[in-house]
Design a binder for this molecule. Sequence first.
Ligand SMILES: [Zn+2]
Ligand SMILES: [Zn+2]
Length: 282
Amino acid sequence: MARLIGAHMPTSGGGVPKAIRDGAEIGCTAVQVFTSSPRQWASKMPDATLIAETKKAIKDTGIDFLVSHDTYLVNLCAPTDDIREKSIKTLTDELARCSQLGIPYVVSHMGSLQGQTFEDGMQKLVAATAQILDSTPKDVCLAMETTAGQGSALGYKFEHWAMVIDALEADPRLVICWDTCHLFAAGYAVHEREGFEATVEGFHSLIGLERLRIIHCNDSMKPFASRLDRHEHIGDGQIGSEPFSWFVNDPRLAHAPLILETNEPESMHRINLDRLKSMLEN
Ligand SMILES: [Zn+2]
Ligand SMILES: [Zn+2]
């Protein structure tokens, strides 16, 4: 099976169907989108026209690996009930919307402690995640994204996600999204051959690579273990070019599509895609 490589495509001026078509146009074989504004709570369910147009775009382009990224406001372990409840509702709606549109994955950064203890935050996160999975369609998976650990974000260690997965009895709809920039910034030495190997094997022994479904592919503007989340074009950052060839070609990762989330999508996505594709070994 061909290695799926794609990008987060802008939805301005045409929404999800146009984003899928634009992705195909620049050579994506997987596409990530926002299905609603990433900086707003309010969102609406898709109407029949949007559903039909999205399904037609999927059929016409042959791109059926689609991912939605949740809004940046979601914090499933927020200390205040108000924000936590809004977060649960927003993410629940997002999974419902994706089911209607034929998008099988929703990526979420899940939560930040914001002054709480790790135990308190984790308990809230697990309860919120259980509630979302219980009340949403079974054809959409929730992909927890590994974070850079910026601020008080959870999820910068594989152990955090292993705890959530264990607490939810290994629910098959709870999966993982890596982000190469976040791994590096969080202190996983994916820029060195030994560190890359330790990361892949460490994840496999703790969680299992079959649960890794998406890899966000971004170089990092900030140094190793900086806990800062700033994406850079492929090969132009602190990770450098060669490690991306490991992500592209490692057979253990081949089932997880690579998705760019780099800046300047209009001018640079095609170039970054070509950089990744030029690394493909066969
Ligand atoms: Zn990401
Ligand atoms: Zn990021």
